[in-house]
Design a protein around this ligand. Structure first.
Ligand code: C5P
Length: 300
């Protein structure tokens, strides 16, 4: 049997961060949106547990450190069947280390694909729970759509959103370590409870792009700009453009997301690609579905 799954990239429309908890994680109040930029995750019956990657990230480790293999191990442990085998092939389109949770998407894709391949019958809530143990962004990759995230980002509830929004993501090839950004946040900011994203969630229900743009905010943006002067320069240059509704750091960076008018998106994207040849320009729309089975081939 062969199971085909797609799993989406995400961006945070708001990321409010509080002071670290005793376990070191930061309490978040965040709004996620899934994009129509997806990785394909295909699981085939096999002896043992192996994986391969095609497209981007062909040089990523494919051993036990990969979140896809970790997802498979977590499922084996959950059902007490370490003998379950599979080969998982990932076609990667989501930029690697781009702040769009591509690794978490593949992890979520593997959970969904193997639940089907191995006929485990685990519920969506059980997959969310297993995903939360594997990474803060994994539950949202399962959830999809637009969601309000609390806790360390893993506690989710759906947010009604009107229409599709058009996004340009500037992917920076020089990575930025998530733990390092959070540590620098602690040095620079005296965080208490994270601020609320309630107003943004209300604006999403109305689909008013200007209002949404006004309310998008990322508490990690000044921190990333402090750590990376090149990002500070980019924020200044992009923020001066009149054809972009909002420019903001994506997650813990270093990617930058821009909310744009859909009709102008293609033109803006090609112009940005010329101005910033060192960056990758991705155009995507959201909301999109969470990790889901698209089809199953018998036999194989
Ligand atoms: O959960 P995940 O593996 O994505 O987190 C990566 C790192 O990001 C954590 O080890 C932690 O340093 C930081 N983090 C945090 N607070 C969060 C999410 C992540 O401090 N809510």
């Amino acid at each position: 049997m062969k199971v085909f799954v797609t799993a989406p990239a995400k961006i945070n429309l708001a990321l409010r961060v509080g002071a670290p908890r005793p376990d070191g994680f930061h309490p978040l109040d965040t709004v996620f949106i899934a994009l129509d930029l997806v990785d394909d995750v295909m699981a085939t019956s096999a002896d043992g547990l192996t994986m391969s990657i095609e497209g981007r990230g062909a040089d990523l480790p494919i051993d036990e450190s990969n979140l896809v293999i970790k997802a498979a191990r977590a499922l084996q442990t959950r059902v007490g069947k370490p003998e379950l085998g599979a080969h998982i092939h990932v076609v990667k389109r989501i930029p690697v280390a781009g702040g769009m949770a591509g690794g978490s998407a593949d992890c979520a894709g593997a959970l969904v694909a193997l639940n089907e391949l191995w006929q485990l019958g685990l519920s969506f809530d059980e997959l969310l729970e297993i995903g939360a143990e594997l990474g803060s962004d994994v539950p949202f990759a399962l959830f999809g759509g637009v969601a309000h995230g609390t806790g360390r980002g893993e506690k989710l509830s759906a947010v009604p959103a009107k229409g599709q929004l058009s996004w340009i993501v500037l992917v920076n090839p020089e990575g930025l370590s998530t733990p390092a950004v959070f540590r620098r946040f602690d040095e620079l900011v005296d965080g208490g409870e994270p601020a609320s994203t309630a107003e943004l969630r209300e604006a999403l229900a109305s689909g008013d792009i200007d209002r949404i743009a006004q309310l998008m905010v990322n508490d990690l943006q000044p921190v990333a700009a402090d750590m990376r002067p090149d990002l500070a320069t980019l924020f200044a240059e992009l923020g001066a453009r009149s054809d972009v509704a909002k420019v903001m750091l994506s997650g813990s960076g270093p990617s930058i997301v821009m909310l744009v008018d859909d009709e102008r998106a293609a033109g803006i994207a090609s112009e940005l690609a010329q101005i910033y040849p060192q960056l990758e320009v991705v155009h995507a729309k959201g909301p999109a579905a969470g990790a889901q089975v698209t089809h199953v081939e018998a036999g194989a």
